[in-house]
Design a protein around this ligand. Structure first.
Ligand SMILES: [Zn+2]
Ligand SMILES: [Zn+2]
Length: 241
């Protein structure tokens, strides 16, 4: 029976080989990237990171901005292979990409926040229009999978979008913080809880910070964040977006 199963698996993988999620090269089952792409993907170095905002210490803004969340883990820089792969997740509802980023985020959480006992996992809610257009919210997909892997309940409706803000793309860092104020609300009390807040990409941290503020208003005692990618900026405020 075991031999039969192995033969069947062999036939299946010959017929439907597994591909590198970036360059499409054929790779082993249970892998996500080929060796080359795995080497080339740009990861944050846990030793050089600021434990609060998750960015490299020399690019970190924590002296200027006091974030409401207490820590943030991010596996990858928002560029190259990781950026392209997350873009693919946004274009299509692919469990493959979700699985990859969720696993990488959980690895980071286990390594860098080993002593924190999370009571629940929430995520940055998408506005109805983008959710309808895309059919899903990538932050929610990640949060659901992370919740399954970690065995921590998901707080699906912890946060909601109150109103649609103007696009963040052309705003400076400071403007982004002003723009997101009042965009989110909380649905129920989370008194005394330690929560993990998930988003796909951290840019300035403005959205995460506002969602954290709402979770604290809802009674949470501690909020930590985790994202798949983060953008780093050069230390010139004029260039900062
Ligand atoms: Zn590859
Ligand atoms: Zn920092």
């Amino acid at each position: 029976m075991k031999i039969l199963k192995e033969i069947l698996n062999g036939v299946i993988s010959a017929l439907f080989p597994n591909h590198c999620m970036c360059c499409n090269e054929i790779i082993d089952e249970n892998e996500f990237l080929c060796d080359y792409c795995y080497e080339m993907i740009e990861r944050f170095d846990a030793e050089k990171r600021c434990i609060v905002c998750g960015l490299d210490k020399d690019k970190c803004d924590c002296k200027r901005i006091i974030y409401h969340f207490e820590g943030c883990v991010v596996p990858f820089y928002n560029k190259g292979i990781a950026k392209e792969s997350l873009y693919k997740l946004k274009l299509s509802h692919k469990d493959y990409y979700t699985e990859f980023f969720a696993r990488e985020i959980v690895l980071r959480i286990n390594e860098e926040m080993p002593d924190i006992k999370f009571d629940g996992i929430c995520y940055v809610p998408g506005d109805i229009f983008s959710n309808l257009k895309r059919g899903f919210n990538q932050a929610e997909l990640l949060a659901r999978r992370i919740s399954e892997i970690m065995g921590i309940p998901i707080e699906r409706k912890a946060l909601y979008v109150k109103k649609k803000g103007k696009g963040q793309h052309n705003l400076t860092g400071h403007e982004r913080f002003i723009n997101v104020r009042g965009l989110y609300g909380y649905n129920y009390k989370n008194t005394g809880k330690t929560l993990l807040l998930i988003d796909d990409i951290k840019t300035t941290g403005a959205t995460l910070d506002e969602c954290t503020r709402q979770l604290l208003f809802s009674g949470a005692h501690h909020v930590y964040c985790a994202c798949a990618l983060a953008t780093t900026f050069e230390k010139n405020p004029k260039k900062e977006r």
